[in-house]
Design a protein around this ligand. Structure first.
Ligand code: PEP
Length: 255
């Protein structure tokens, strides 16, 4: 039985105070006991420590939205994976479509970041997903195959225990358009099959695959009750307590 995992990707949003208030609000709403699901928030780099302090005592963990693939050194403006561990991060999001499209990150770069993050002791949320034109051209599975092969190059079956895959169709991110339950399930089933083929059935069985793309309270129940949907990576709806908590509750009650 895979434990559901809901993560909030705050992207380049909030101020320090707004982020701390949001984190405190989530911690208060979700309480101190075992939630029955994993919950993480991923604020911008400058607010990681403050948010980590704000959720102290709760079951909420904290993640970063990126890291560099080199060891600490002369890389102006970059953040090394061990630095994130040093300040208490559990997770790092890698391969987000905004970084692929806007920052030009390739699968090869993402693979290097994934290996470095895992070596440093971080757990990785690895994002994959097709663009609208690719879906319309029936290339979704081909795109996912390329991204999975490229972004996981060199990653062993043992290392996969510290990875979560996030299926995020690019056309659904921040658009208000969500994949249907059936579209999400089909892509997740493809990804699980890919893992069985390229790793082994055990890796496929235990791998958590989150759905991301305009998840909100009103569609979370349907998406999270799909058999291969093991949680959600949430952007816009992670920025308000009243929007995010119902998604966590939907994950808790989904089977
Ligand atoms: C995301 O950026 O990972 C995301 C899923 O965003 P949104 O929920 O706003 O579509």
């Amino acid at each position: 039985m895979r434990r559901k995992f809901v993560a909030g990707n705050w992207k380049m949003n909030t101020t320090r105070q707004v982020g701390v208030d949001l984190a405190k609000g989530l911690a208060a709403a979700l309480g101190t006991g075992d939630l029955g699901v994993d919950v993480a928030v991923c604020p911008p780099f400058p607010y990681l420590e403050a948010v980590k302090s704000a959720v102290a005592g709760s079951a909420i963990t904290v993640g970063a939205q990126n890291c560099y693939f080199e060891k600490p050194g002369a890389f102006t403006g970059e953040v090394a994976a061990p630095m994130l561990v040093d300040i208490g991060c559990t997770w790092v999001i890698l391969g987000h479509s905004e970084r692929r499209a806007i920052l030009g990150e390739t699968d090869a770069v993402i693979a290097k970041k994934t290996a470095t993050a895992l070596s440093a002791g971080l757990k990785v949320i690895l994002c994959v997903g097709e663009q609208l034109s690719e879906r319309q051209a029936n290339q979704t599975e081909a795109v996912l195959n390329t991204q999975m092969s490229g972004s996981l190059a060199g990653i062993t079956a043992e290392q996969m225990a510290n990875i979560v895959i996030a299926y995020e169709p690019v056309w659904a991110i921040g658009t208000g358009v969500t994949a249907t339950n059936e579209q999400a399930q089909a892509a997740h089933a493809y990804l699980r099959g890919w893992l069985a083929k390229h790793y082994n059935p055990q890796v496929a069985e235990v791998m958590r695959i989150q759905y991301g793309g305009s998840v909100k309270a009103s569609n979370a129940d349907g998406l999270l009750s799909q058999p291969d949907v093991d949680g959600a990576l949430v952007g816009g709806a992670s920025l308000k307590v009243d929007d995010f908590v119902p998604i966590v509750q939907a994950a808790r009650k989904s089977k």
